[in-house]
Every structure is written in C-alpha cells, then in structure tokens.
Design a binder for this molecule. Structure first.
Ligand code: IPM
Ligand code: MG
Length: 362
C-alpha cells in the first residue's frame, strides 16, 4: 500500500462546507477503488475560524497547512462578519494563508465544456472550445503593499490609501510560471498591466520582457493593458493561451473569464509556491445567499481537487478520470441550477456529487 497523502481540508464559510462534502465523497471513492489513501486534517478558516478561535486563521491550522501535501479550501466570507475589524475578517484568513505559504502562483484555467456552451451569456462561436489559463500573481501587489490604511486629514477629511508594489524578482518568478505553463500548452503568453499609468506596470512589462529574452524566446509574448484585456476577453477570448497578470487585475480578469465558461461554479484554481506548497480552491466565493440550500455547484471545488491530484499528488490518471466523468455527466444533461439548460435535469449539490461518483465507477 502506498503512503497516505497528507491533506488539509478547510471548508470555510457559506457554501464551502457543502461543496467540500462532495470532494470528500470523491476522495472516499478513490480510496475504495483506486488504492489511494488520504490522511485528512480538517479545520476552520475565515468566519468559521473567527467564531471558533477569534482569528480567521489560527496558528496551528497554518502549521498543519505548511506541512501538508496539499490544502483544499472551500470559500470564506459572509455578511455575519461585516463589522469585524479588517485584520480579522474572513478574507484576511485567506490572504494570510496565501502569504504565509508564499503561494505566489495562482493558476485559474477557464475551459468551456462543450455541453455548457449555451450556459455562457456569450455567443456560441465566441466561447466554443475555449481553453485559456490565467496566471495570477497572488502574494504581492496592492493586496499586501505598505503603506496602507485610512487616515484623518487636518481638514477633517478621511483618506484611504493602498500601495501597489512589485519587485523584479516577484515579477520574474510569476512570469517564469506563465512561460513554463505556455510551453506545455500553445506557447503563447499575454502579459497584462497598466504600464501606461503605473510605474509598477512599467517595471512589470520590462521585467517580463527581460525574462523572455533570457530564456523563453521560443514563446510568443505580447503585452496588453489590463483594461484592453478585459474587453478582449469578451470580444475574442480564443486569442489567448496564457494570461499572466498581477494580483488585483488577476482577481478581476479571472471573474470575467469564469463567465465565459457559463458559471463561476465551474472555475477551479491552484495556488502554488516553491518546495511543493500548494492550496486548491474554487474561484467562486462563499455565496451566502444560497448557503445551506444544497443547490450550489460543487464542480469548481471538485475540479480544484483534480488539480491537486495532478500538480501535488502525481495522480494525473485520477485527475483525468474526474475531469472526463464531469464532462460525461454534463453531456448527459445533469446540471445544478447555475448551469441549468433547456431539457436538462436539475440536481442538488449532493446529487451532483453522487452522479459524478456513479459516472467514475463506470
Ligand atoms: C479570489 C477572491 C479573494 C481575492 C477574496 C475572497 C479575498 O475574490 O480568490 O478571487 O480577492 O483574492
Ligand atoms: Mg476574486
């Protein structure tokens, strides 16, 4: 029997626990049928951790995460914690685990499954066959830059401020990931910033260009202002292969890209650091409006787990099995409400998990 994978599961808030329960089903199935073995440690993060520990990420949780083969995260946030101090809000727990684990490379693939072509609000010929990868820098930029704060001015006004900052090494390491990924795909990288108005963007463009010259000239590199990229993503998304961009633009562009695929409920992500540190989470949030109703789409979280199998656990066969089975059940018209289409069968969160297990067993 091979050794057990050390997995930390952090379901979080809102729909997090519901969608993560479906991942647990898939894990159990892989244990029973594929000889894999998972040593699971589960804990709270976000608002749930604030309620239990008084902080959105407890030290002991972080330590477990640091020493795991992979962290699987659901989602954080909710209106219940709206009045909590900024540094203790659910989102602060997520930012802290990203930063402390130094998970600088956030991979957000946007793939349009044929069966879901009509779930997109865009025309079929624009999105059919789409397969792009957004590589978002995750531990720098305005999310973490200092100084930051809200101050009182002498004239009685208040002033809020944040700092956008990138060093050349931060830019190099994320651009390197993008180039390496492009080599396994279609050899094209589009780097996005606002070099026309921001010094950090100018440096970004220069450093990406430098790295390209010094070892990646086989890759087709182009630069694009982030606002133009947002527009091009809905005008002609298939022009892209890999998009590399900073933390804030990556946040925005990946939400936009998710809608090309039909639903935010379909987009997985992997956040990778050096030395095998990795966290996997859906791109969607905690969706408090539908939490507890057993209607959320668990596929983004399950697809994130598939990414964990591929990138952290060296189980690409099992990853493919999951992805292929998801494709099949979608082809068979099985849908959660967010991707519901004409003539399809609407299922709940748990029924979607069950349908997947049944398909995997075939
Ligand atoms: C995401 C989310 C987070 C972010 C929030 C929840 C802090 O929107 O992962 O895209 O802004 O990074
Ligand atoms: Mg986001």
């Amino acid at each position: 029997m091979s050794k057990a994978f050390n997995i930390v599961i952090l379901p979080g808030d809102g729909i997090g626990p519901e969608v993560m329960a479906e991942v647990r089903k898939v894990m159990k199935w892989l244990e029973d049928n594929r000889g894999l073995s998972f040593d699971i440690y589960e804990d709270n993060i976000g608002g749930a951790a604030y309620d239990q520990y008084g902080v959105p990420l407890a030290d002991h949780t972080l330590e477990k995460a640091m020493n795991s083969d992979a962290v699987l995260l659901g989602a954080v946030g909710g209106t219940a914690w709206d009045n909590v101090d900024y540094d203790k809000r659910p989102e602060a727990g997520l930012l802290k685990i990203r930063k402390k684990m130094d998970l600088y490379a956030n991979l957000r693939p946007a793939i349009v499954f044929d069966a879901l072509v009509d779930a997109s609000t865009l025309k079929e010929d624009i999105v059919k066959g789409l397969d792009i990868l957004i590589v978002r820098e995750l531990t720098g930029g305005v999310y973490f830059g200092e100084p930051r704060g809200i101050e009182e001015l002498p004239n009685g006004e208040r002033r809020g401020f944040n700092t956008q900052t990138y060093t050349s090494s931060e830019i190099h390491r994320i651009a390197k990931v993008a180039f390496e990924m492009a080599r396994k795909r279609n050899n094209k990288v589009t780097s996005c910033e606002k070099a026309n108005v921001m010094e950090s963007g100018k440096l970004w463009r220069e450093e990406v260009t430098n790295l390209h010259k010094s070892g990646y000239s086989d890759i087709e590199l182009s630069h694009m202002y982030a606002d133009n990229c947002a527009m091009q993503l809905c005008r002609n998304p298939k022009q892209f292969d890999v998009i590399v961009t900073d933390n804030l633009f990556g946040d925005i562009l990946s939400d936009e890209a998710s809608m090309l695929t039909g639903s935010l409920g379909m987009l997985p992500s992997a956040s990778l650091g050096d030395d095998g540190r990795a966290l996997y989470e859906p791109v969607h949030g905690s969706a408090p409006d539908i939490a507890g109703k057993n209607i959320a789409n668990p596929l983004a979280t399950i697809l994130s787990f598939a990414m964990a199998l591929r990138y952290s656990l060296d189980c690409s066969e099992e990853a493919e099995l999951i992805e292929k089975s998801i494709q099949n059940i979608l082809n068979n018209g099985i849908r959660t409400i967010d991707i519901m289409g004409e003539g399809c069968k609407q299922v709940s969160t748990s029924q979607m998990g069950d349908a997947l297990i049944k398909e995997m067993a075939k």
